[in-house]
Design a protein around this ligand. Structure first.
Ligand SMILES: Cc1cc2nc3c(=O)[nH]c(=O)nc-3n(C[C@H](O)[C@H](O)[C@H](O)COP(=O)(O)O)c2cc1C
Length: 183
């Protein structure tokens, strides 16, 4: 089967290289709106989206991201960076999943609008971690968790993403783990 949603899910790729072009305000708003409509445990919506456009802040974020990704230069070249933070006090059970689905909604929305993103995962960490440094840089309260840094921009046309996935037959189990038979 095929439709726009299925195609967007399949064709979205992580884009760490961007051409210098401004992301229009209405596109940015549509992407944030896609995050807002993500599901969350008990509809608690514990996330906050910090939109970073300032060159100095993007440069600082790029330095921090160097701790968790090899593609940190993507951040400096991205027109916008969305930082996804979440309040564990609002949803102590599922705060990281909540933030993850909002992040993926935004990545898919960006792709559907011809924009590229890539997800820089921010692990929960101690005092000098990427998470702590991001919180300090952007004034995010201590009790929050930072889950993702999402650079956003128009894909560099020379960048050729290529990703495969494990075959479905290898990851789907019927009735019980280990049973590949189908039916
Ligand atoms: C939780 C999570 C964390 C990730 N962290 C990073 C990262 O730190 N650096 C990076 O370059 N890509 C990161 N990625 C992107 C993955 O590498 C990428 O999604 C994967 O290789 C599949 O490629 P595709 O997105 O192009 O299909 C992350 C993705 C997820 C879901």
């Amino acid at each position: 089967m095929e439709n726009e949603v299925l195609r967007a899910i399949r064709e979205r790729r992580s884009i760490p290289r961007f051409r210098p072009a401004r992301v229009p305000g209405d596109a940015l708003e549509a992407i944030l709106e896609a995050g807002r409509w993500a599901p969350s445990y008990a509809n608690l919506q514990p996330w906050e989206f910090i939109v970073v456009r300032g060159e100095d802040l993007k440069k600082a974020l790029s330095e921090i991201a160097g701790k968790v990704t090899i593609y940190r230069r993507g951040i400096e070249n991205a027109d916008v960076v969305i930082v996804v933070a979440v309040d564990p006090e609002i949803d102590p059970l599922h705060y990281r999943e909540d933030a993850a689905v909002a992040t993926q909604n935004m990545a898919l929305a960006a792709h559907s609008l011809g924009l590229g993103t890539y997800w820089i995962g921010v692990p929960e960490g101690g005092p000098s971690s990427a998470e702590a440094l991001t919180k300090e840089l952007l004034g995010i309260p201590d009790e929050f968790s930072v889950v993702a840094i999402l650079p956003l921009g128009y894909p560099d046309p020379d960048y050729r993403p290529h990703k495969e996935r494990r075959p479905l037959a290898e990851m789907v189990h019927h009735e019980r783990f280990g049973s590949r038979g189908g039916g």
